[in-house]
Design a protein around this ligand. Structure first.
Ligand code: SAH
Length: 347
């Protein structure tokens, strides 16, 4: 089958078989990609119009108990300058964000057990008390069922936990043996069961990733049916075991955004900071390939350059207001509109 026919088939059926996915991923030219993106934009616009949802990201701790080989805040990176934000500081960030029009806050951090079940519950509860019209997203890794349950009861609406790769073998090449894909998947199913809007996802071009790994990711996502899917290019970080590995590419990330949009017409799909880091127009191109969410940073400028998952991360010097203004212009430059709403999944 020709590439265009495969894309048409994906558009109608929302799925392809293994060999068809392989053909599309391994052999596409610029014209094929443009065709895919055009269909992806049509689908995204029929679900969400021209709206782009914004999420204010607060990176509240870079302490982490894990040692993922790709990540700059892994516990054995002695060069990472560690920090934690206290509740008052986090609330200042959400207040500022609220003034700037944010109605979703994402609290992300390493797996920092200093933030116990109760401490996180209290933070979530306080944000919700101040801003009852806002959605709260947590992204603090793998925790017990009862942690997730308690946070949900206290007002957390959504949870981001990328599965990172759906291939057991590949998972083992990215993580130490004490971590497991099965535990990560179990967390995702727990979060769904509790009633969160759940986001999974993976890095594009992570070391040892093959086309088969990517296809496994796509099938796993089909099974999980997440509300959000976060993908972005792998970018090496100089203090990790993967410091010399190649970065993921713009082309492959955009292709996969387009494919994901056709597979999941309603999914909330961010155009990520990592995409903006490998190319100055990466986030705009992501929106044009089917993404409909951006997540600017609301962390205090004093800690921003310490949340170094990867090298050369953009937007570490600007104040929140500058970031929001810059993003608005970028969104408008490609014909979309920055929405001031919670931006929930269209059930
Ligand atoms: N502790 C949380 C948050 C992790 S950081 C959790 O476990 O979910 C958020 C995401 O950044 C990770 O899920 C990973 O996909 C991505 N990331 C980490 N290191 C990266 C790198 N070097 N390049 C690109 N993305 C990276």
């Amino acid at each position: 089958m020709l590439q265009k026919q495969l894309i048409d088939k994906l558009y109608s059926n929302h799925i392809l078989d293994h060999d068809e996915f392989r053909q599309l991923i391994d052999n596409h030219d610029e014209e094929d990609s443009e065709y895919l993106f055009e269909l992806a934009r049509n689908v995204r616009e029929s679900e969400y119009g021209k709206d782009v949802y914004i999420r204010g990201l607060i990176e509240f701790t870079n302490y982490c108990r894990n040692d993922c080989y790709y990540c700059g805040i892994r516990c054995s990176n002695a060069n990472a300058a560690r920090y934690r934000l206290d509740k008052e500081t986090i609330l200042k960030c959400t207040d500022e964000g609220y003034r700037l029009g944010f109605r979703t806050f994402v609290l992300q951090g390493g797996e920092d057990m200093h933030f116990t079940r109760n401490i996180i519950s209290d933070i979530v509860y306080s944000i919700k008390e101040q801003h009852p019209d806002c959605a709260i997203t947590l992204s603090v890794g793998e925790r017990d069922y009862d942690d997730y349950l308690e946070w949900h009861k206290n007002g957390a609406d959504r949870y981001l936990l990328r599965h990172e790769t759906a291939s057991e073998e590949h998972y083992g090449k990215l993580h130490p043996s004490c971590m497991s894909l099965s535990n990560r998947k179990e967390c995702l199913y727990n979060l769904k069961e509790i009633g969160y809007q759940v986001g999974a996802g993976f890095m594009v071009g992570s070391p040892y990733q093959t086309t088969d790994c990517i296809i496994e990711d796509l099938y796993f996502l089909k099974e999980l049916q997440p509300h959000m899917i976060g993908i972005g290019p792998f970018i090496s970080q100089k203090d990790t075991p993967f410091s010399d590995m190649e970065n993921g590419t713009l082309d492959m990330t955009l292709l996969l955004l387009g494919i994901l949009r056709l597979m999941f017409p309603k999914v909330l799909l961010p155009s990520t900071t990592a995409l903006g880091t490998i190319n100055p127009l990466g986030r705009e191109l992501g929106l044009l390939a089917g993404a409909n969410v951006v997540m600017p940073n609301l962390s205090p400028v004093s800690v921003r350059d310490k949340y170094k998952l990867y090298d050369n991360k953009i937007c570490t010097g600007e104040e929140s207001a500058q970031c929001a203004g810059c993003l608005r212009q970028r969104i408008e430059s490609v014909g979309y509109h920055m929405s001031v709403s919670r931006g929930d999944y269209h059930f």
